[in-house]
Ligand binder design. Structure first.
Ligand code: MRU
Length: 364
């Protein structure tokens, strides 16, 4: 817990194309800072599935590195043996893309990153399977670096916007959207870090974020590491905080944003948006353009991940509900565009949130 943020990298690669991926194991935070080293694709799949690495951009970046591991992973080929030729290396990498795509369904960054890797694989003209690994590593690193820069730009645009609320302003956030969830400083948290760096002293109310406590375990930890004022609240505290004027804005991240701006994010986000609307508090979403899915118009078409009942009945190793009780445990909900004041992207702020404005900022 005493570890300095500068020594903690959520995602890192060691070596060349034949190297390995290291992920900070977020399931152990804040109790322990431990790492998972992956040298095969299944290890990355498992890390994504069990939330050792999580957050939409971080999932996409990790999967891209997972594809690099696929090149020499015998399990990706019908023969079970490591690729011996360039063609086999390409086949294994494509199989890795297909396999990693089954890890989690909601964050579109995963599919965006895998599509980008597929695009490289299919146009490869490398002389050896080793060179295939190098080329795919370069692409994964480019995805990683681009996300870092996007986070910084989101921080700039968002702090330009929220600075107007004044110094010491209270801001509610939900789930974790910081450096643990991205390749850089984060999305919603990047805005809060940037505000803090500008001397605006934001007072952050971090929802604990049931059932897996990403807010309590991860967001509170990250903000404290960076010296940002944070008060941890249980999710049901947000409404009275907004009613009492203790917070003047809400800012959250996103897992998938449709063409009309409907936004899937961690379960509880929609309720928070309704509360903000009722109390006339602006509600912002911060996300890179890689989180937009313009093939979908309405939020009702976003695939929502169902997770195991045990996350609610037996989370963190203690039974907290009767055995065999029926459970509904969607990981995400959808906030309609009408409840979103603005979407902060690396290109600028979309506000008001309409299909026309989304398409103008993001593309066709
Ligand atoms: O289930 P998780 O922890 O992956 O959910 C993460 C979120 O909902 C985040 O808010 C979202 O991915 C944005 S991360 C910058």
């Amino acid at each position: 817990m005493s570890q300095d943020n500068t020594t903690v990298a959520a995602i890192s690669w060691t070596g060349h194309g034949d190297g390995f991926l290291t992920l900070l194991d977020q399931t152990r935070l804040p109790e322990a800072v431990t790492y998972v080293n992956c040298d095969n694709v299944e290890c990355v799949w498992q890390a994504i599935k069990k939330l050792a690495v999580r957050g939409a951009p971080a999932i996409g970046i990790s999967a891209a590195y997972g594809v690099v591991l696929g090149v020499r992973d015998g399990a990706m080929l019908p023969s079970g043996a490591a690729a011996a030729t360039v063609e086999e290396a390409k086949q294994a990498a494509l199989a890795a893309c297909d396999y990693l795509a089954t890890s989690r369904p909601t964050a579109v960054n995963l599919f965006w990153a895998l599509d980008r890797m597929r695009g490289v694989i299919t146009t490869l003209d490398e002389p050896s399977s080793g060179r295939v690994g190098e080329r795919l590593l370069a692409e994964a690193q480019a995805i990683h670096e681009a996300d870092r820069l996007q986070c910084a730009a989101i921080g700039r645009h968002g702090s330009d916007l929220l600075e107007a609320l004044g110094s010491g302003v209270g801001i509610v956030t939900h789930c974790n959207t910081g450096m643990l969830a991205t390749g850089g400083d984060g999305t919603a948290l990047a805005v809060l870090f940037a505000l803090s760096e500008r001397g605006m002293k934001p007072q952050v109310f971090a929802d604990e974020t049931r059932p897996l406590l990403q807010g309590a375990r991860l967001t509170a930890w990250e903000l404290m590491q960076r010296g940002v004022d944070v008060t941890l609240i249980c999710d049901s505290m947000a409404a009275p905080i907004l009613r009492d004027g203790k917070a003047k804005a809400v800012i959250v991240g996103a897992d998938r944003i449709t063409a009309r701006g409907d936004t899937a994010n961690k379960i509880g986000t929609y309720g928070l948006a309704v509360q903000a609307h009722y109390h006339k508090v602006p509600f912002y979403v911060a996300a890179p353009t890689t989180t937009f899915d313009l093939t979908i118009t309405f939020g009702s078409d976003i695939p929502i991940e169902q997770r195991t009942p045990e996350e609610i009945t037996n989370a963190f190793g203690r039974r907290t509900a009767p055995e065999d009780v029926q459970v509904d445990n969607p990981a995400f909900d959808v906030t309609p565009a009408e409840l979103i004041t603005g979407i902060i992207t690396e290109r600028g702020v979309i506000s008001p949130v309409t299909e026309e404005a989304v398409r103008a900022m993001i593309g066709a």
